[in-house]
Design a protein around this ligand. Structure first.
Ligand code: IMP
Length: 197
């Protein structure tokens, strides 16, 4: 089966391709001229839907989009849907991490409890959308640790392994992550519905 992936983020594309290794995943950017999809939704679902619908309308092929965020308990759910622009509209990973550490400075340890959430939207026919959600719980560290992963990974301690996501290899992260959990549900759906054949 072939799928269009509505993401311009090469880090996400790499992980999704590894997780869905038996499916041909075509990044939207390889099929159409560069487009910026505005993530104007107020929820992960809305944003995932906006991206998947754009890819489906442009290509007519089964389309998948991922919207992800980091939800920190002690920050009332921030950065949440603003994860990519926490430190400003054009902020990079490093600036967002720094802003997160600053926001947590001085707060009790319990404020550092957090989870990643990944919402996948899948559109395969006009008017139809399916959502799949994956979450993983952890803690925000005091300092970045590890060289792998991307985004907030160096700050996200995964307690069952005692390491941050950036201290895991790609394969290790892809066995436990929010993205893996959402995509496993998606794969279950493909198998049950016979779409994957
Ligand atoms: P979006 O889904 O493209 O809006 O991603 C939001 C932001 O969340 C990204 O810019 C990254 O900073 C962060 N992010 C998304 N996925 C991950 C992940 O797997 N690990 C760490 N940070 C992530």
């Amino acid at each position: 089966m072939r799928l269009v992936l509505a993401s311009g983020n090469p880090d996400k594309v790499r992980e999704i391709k590894e997780i869905l290794a038996d499916i041909e995943v075509l990044p939207l950017s390889s099929l159409v001229d560069k487009i910026e999809i505005e993530e104007s939704g107020l929820t992960f679902r809305e944003n995932a839907y906006i991206k998947a619908r754009t890819a489906f309308e442009l290509t007519g092929l089964p389309s998948l989009a991922d919207d992800t965020g980091l939800v920190v308990y002690g920050l009332h759910g921030m950065p949440g849907v603003f994860s990519s622009r926490f430190a400003g509209e054009n902020a990079g990973y490093e600036e967002n991490r720094r802003k997160l550490l600053e926001a947590l400075r001085g707060l009790p340890h319990s404020a550092r409890r957090a989870y990643f959430i990944c919402v996948i939207a899948f559109i395969e026919k006009p008017g139809g959308v399916k959502f799949f959600e994956g979450k993983v719980e952890g803690f925000i560290t005091e300092k970045p640790r590890g060289q792998g992963g991307f985004g907030y990974d160096p700050l996200f301690l995964y307690p069952p392994l005692g390491r941050t996501f950036a201290e895991l290899s790609l394969r290790e992260k892809n066995r436990v992550s929010h993205r893996y959990r959402a995509l496993s549900k998606f794969r279950g759906y493909l198998n049950e519905s016979g779409i994957s054949r």
